[in-house]
Design a protein around this ligand. Structure first.
Ligand SMILES: [Fe+2]
Ligand SMILES: [Fe+2]
Length: 191
């Protein structure tokens, strides 16, 4: 079950289709960032045994997604390279509380929300892209990102009781919707 506070605004899909090459390049960057985010948690929290194997597996899956999206780019004749990132991730991470275990809980829930948003966006793109092959590819990734969402929520449950988790998740979901609604100069997977 995804936990987003607001659905994607009207108009994003049309903008994404009009800048599909840019969105696909961003998508590749996002998969790489998702792997990096999981690895960063492994490096920051070696003392938490319960994080290690699930996040290692998740990071490998994200790197496999990265390689997959690189192949899509290659097949479409799009070159991968540096791109101005959206401010979304930075805006979300500004809400991470400094003390433990709140810090780790916030990081896990923010990762969960990013996965949920990716999942929602892949679904929108799958329904809208005229290219059936690409639509199928988005649908293929959607299930994995939904599972990643659940992995992060499950890890959060190891830290605090359910009620506290739900309360923080609801608050951060509101911040996520705000981060997404803020004006952005470019169309991105999270803009
Ligand atoms: Fe992914
Ligand atoms: Fe993911």
């Amino acid at each position: 079950m995804l936990t987003l506070a607001a659905a994607t605004r009207e108009g994003w899909v049309a903008e994404a289709l009009a800048s599909l090459d840019d969105v696909l390049i961003d998508h590749a960057h996002c998969e790489k960032k998702a792997a990096g985010g999981a690895l960063k948690l492994l490096f920051s929290y070696p003392q938490h045994g319960f994080l290690q194997a699930p996040l290692s597996r998740l990071a490998r899956e994200e790197l496999a997604h990265f390689e997959e999206v690189l192949r899509w780019l290659q097949q479409r004749g799009i070159s991968f390279g540096r791109q101005r990132p959206s401010a979304y991730g930075g805006r979300l991470h500004a809400h991470v509380r400094p003390r433990e275990p709140q810090r780790l809980l916030d990081l896990l829930l923010i990762h969960a929300l990013i996965e949920a948003r990716s999942c929602e966006r892949f679904g929108l793109l799958a329904d809208a892209v005229p290219d059936e092959t690409l639509a199928g590819r988005f649908r293929g990734l959607l299930a994995a990102e939904a599972r990643h969402h659940s992995v992060y929520i499950g890890l959060g449950r190891r830290l605090v009781p359910e009620e506290a988790l739900q309360e923080r998740l609801t608050a951060l979901a509101e911040r996520e919707a705000e981060a997404l609604a803020a004006p952005a100069p470019d169309v991105r997977l999270h803009s």
